[in-house]
Write a protein of this length. Structure first.
Length: 182
């Protein structure tokens, strides 16, 4: 037990010393906030019959040595299936809702790839070898059938690769963007 406590103390001390010696981050909070707003705007402009519903605004941070990370939560279908005037949902309603969400995931992923490139182009302070990450948590109601649908989609790539893609090299984008679904 004492060994664990000593190890934690050493690690914490190292972190404090390192934090104290670290200069101003490469990417300012102002730059990160501008990208948060930009991502929210891009989600709102995705061309679909009825827009995604943002559950919360995008939150981002820059992590020295890793890169820029942006997270958001949205509902793929701004539905109003359940209300005081309609307390029951039919099986057909649930099937249509799931199908619509499956189709919208395809659109969301394509948009996320574009957002990655735009974000990398705008964050000059992020070194070329560090990552740009966009993660979106998908909101589901407990009464929905969300089996087979992801709860979260995370896309990431090194900034250098994303800048090459911004110049028109989409093959490098196809090969280099990591997509993780949970």
């Amino acid at each position: 037990m004492k060994l664990v406590a000593a190890f934690v103390l050493v690690v914490a001390s190292y972190g404090l010393i390192r934090a104290a010696s670290t200069s101003v981050p490469r990417v300012s909070r102002v730059s990160v906030a501008a990208m948060e707003s930009s991502i929210d705007d891009k989600v709102a402009l995705i061309q679909i019959d009825d827009p995604f519903q943002m559950v919360g605004g995008t939150r981002g941070m820059y992590i020295n040595g890793y890169g820029a990370v942006f997270m958001s939560e949205l509902d793929l279908v701004a539905n109003n299936l359940v209300s005081p005037f309609r307390p029951q949902v039919t099986k057909e309603d649930l099937i249509r809702l799931k199908h619509k969400k499956q189709q919208r995931i395809i659109t969301l992923k394509a948009s996320m790839r574009k957002m990655l490139v735009a974000t990398a182009s705008s964050l000059d302070g992020v070194p070329l070898n560090e990552q740009v990450v966009i993660g979106i948590t998908l909101h589901h109601f407990a009464w929905e059938d969300f089996s087979g649908l992801p709860r979260q989609i995370v896309m990431l790539a090194p900034r250098k690769l994303l800048l090459e893609a911004a110049k028109g090299d989409t093959a490098v984008l196809d090969a280099g963007v990591q997509v993780q679904e949970y």
